[in-house]
Every structure is written in C-alpha cells, then in structure tokens.
Design a protein around this ligand. Sequence first.
Ligand SMILES: Nc1ncnc2c1ncn2[C@@H]1O[C@H](COP(=O)(O)OP(=O)(O)O)[C@@H](O)[C@H]1O
Ligand SMILES: CC(C)(COP(=O)(O)O)[C@@H](O)C(=O)NCCC(=O)O
Length: 321
Amino acid sequence: MPRLVMLASARGESCAKPRPQEWEHFTRRDWAALAAGTPPALTQAEYAALCGLSEPVSFAEVTETLTPLACLINLEVAAARRLAADKAAFLGRPAERRPFIVAIAGSVAVGKSTLARTLRFLLARWPDHPLVDLVTTDGFLHPNRVLEQRGLMHRKGFPESYDLRRMARFLADAKSGLEVQAPVYSHLAYDIVPGERQAVRRPDILIFEGLNVLQTTAASVVASDFFDFSIYVDARTADIEAWYLERFLLLQRTAFRDPASYFHRYRDLPRGQAEAMARDIWRRINLVNLRRNVVPTRERARLVLSKRSDHAVGEVLLRRH
Ligand SMILES: Nc1ncnc2c1ncn2[C@@H]1O[C@H](COP(=O)(O)OP(=O)(O)O)[C@@H](O)[C@H]1O
Ligand SMILES: CC(C)(COP(=O)(O)O)[C@@H](O)C(=O)NCCC(=O)O
C-alpha cells in the first residue's frame, strides 16, 4: 500500500485518498536533516526567550521540525519577492511589497496556535522578513448574540458560525498591501470583544490560523485565494480528543477561576464531571466539525505536519507542485 494512503487510513478519517505522486513524504529524521547547516540556528538563549512566552514546544521540536519548516517558508518568501520584482519590471511599474500569507489549518486543540506562535518567533529572526503578524480566524466568528439568534451556539467553529465575507475581505485588503484591522475573539469571554480590533500594518509575513482557513464555499472569493503557503496540522482523532480534555481541565484550574470567564460556573466541578462535560462538548461540536468540515480540507494544504501522541511531528508531507 502506498505510504500516503496508509497514513490517511491509519488516522481513520474519511477523506479522498491522497495521491502519492502528488506528495513527498519525509520521516522525522529526513525532515530534521534539512535544517543542518542552514542559518540562522536557534540558540539556547533564544529558545529560553521563546519558553518565556510560555510555549510548551520542546527544543528538539523547534530545531528538528519547525526550523526546517521556517527555512522552507523563507525560500518561498524570497521566490515570491523575486517574481513580484520581475513582474513589476516587465510591466514597467515600481515593485510593491505585499505580505506573504501563511495559513495554518487543523482541528480544534491539535496545536495550531502553538505552532503559529512558534513559527512567528522563528520567521521573525530572519533579517529579510522581521515583521511577522499573526491573526486567528476566531475573530471572524459571529458574536454570541448573532449565533444565539440563529440557533448556532452549538455550531461554533462550523462554517456558518463565521462571517466569511468579512474574512475574505480582510485577507484581500491585507494582501493588497493595505493596513487592516481584524476583530478580536476572547476565549475567556467565549465571545467577540465589542469594539476591539487588532491592527495589521503591512507585515512581511502574515500567519493566518484557524480550523476553517482551507474551506471553500459557494462564494466567488474564499480565504485560500490569498494564501502563499498553507500548513495542515494533523493527528489521530483520539490524541486530539485527549489534548482537548487536558486543555479543558487545565483551564478549569486556571482561567475558569476568573469571574469574567464564560465557564466560571464550572470552576469547582469535580474532575470526573468536568472531564465528562469536556468530552461531551468535544464529541457534540468539535469532533463533528472536524470530520465534516476540517479533515476534508487536508488535501488542499501545501504541507501536512503529522503529530504523534507526544505532540512531536512524526511525519511531514509536502505537495510536489
Ligand atoms: N508542540 C507541543 N508540545 C506540547 N504541547 C503542545 C504542543 N502544541 C500544542 N500543545 C498543547 O496542546 C493543546 C492544544 O494546543 P493549541 O495550540 O491551543 O491548539 P489549537 O490552537 O489547535 O486549538 C494545548 O494545551 C497546548 O499547550
Ligand atoms: C472558537 C473555536 C471554534 C476556535 O477554534 P480554533 O480555530 O482556535 O481551533 C473553538 O475554540 C470553540 O470554541 N469551539 C466550540 C466548542 C468548544 O467550546 O470547544
């Protein structure tokens, strides 16, 4: 059985089988070897600075998986700039610099935000693209008020829970080189923060992260039309569920204690009941969404990072074209 087909079925997800001739497969070791001798190597002091931002990513993961990934993106940025300069010269216009947009897709709790923040840190170390911004798609969710009106409170994260036109317009404007503002979502309040905006001022690279980034709709323009590179973070469904439960239980001990938390009323729930509640949310909402709307987008990514149960990336799949 070809390697990629095995990978897809091992994860037990329903999606069209990837065609092996379209994807190049790297073991962790093959992938890590790509970073050898490629500047700028991460120092222990820089890693300490990253951990100071309370990222859980190990030094091995940063150097063996994420550094080669950052190197590859750096090459893509350079190539995109060269092409833009050549085209501008051909058309007799001054070259304009537009943000290079990297999308990160995958399930709730698979590790997208962690990857996005770490990658931002790594990419910003390159002198040719120091300005790296990060925007998450949860800011484009409809506010709870609208979700309640439409009976969608149990569909948060599903395509219909987002203002997709606004999201596509944001990306179109950002890609055009305009200064833009993204709405902001608070996981603590479990809602959009009224009036709050995140300014995005023509960065060199914009990382755009969210479970829905690779989804298509009937609209004439979709988010992925603006992506220069895209990553799908993949893992076994049982592992993602375990990470979701762990994160929920950790939040119960920390963020839920804050009276401003949407889940404050559950702060003293005994562990067994809290776990049952998290499992119920996972199975009723996030798992259904994963199977129905997220996994089918995996094939649209340029690169798939396949995580093991310990969060380390075990395999990398790279589209050949
Ligand atoms: N590389 C990693 N090493 C260890 N823990 C991780 C790693 N990536 C994510 N996690 C943990 O997994 C959980 C989900 O990660 P997160 O980035 O919040 O997921 P998402 O943004 O996809 O919902 C969090 O508790 C996070 O700390
Ligand atoms: C707001 C979200 C859809 C964002 O997901 P993300 O893009 O961060 O993975 C998700 O965190 C969520 O709230 N899902 C609904 C069910 C739940 O409370 O987990």
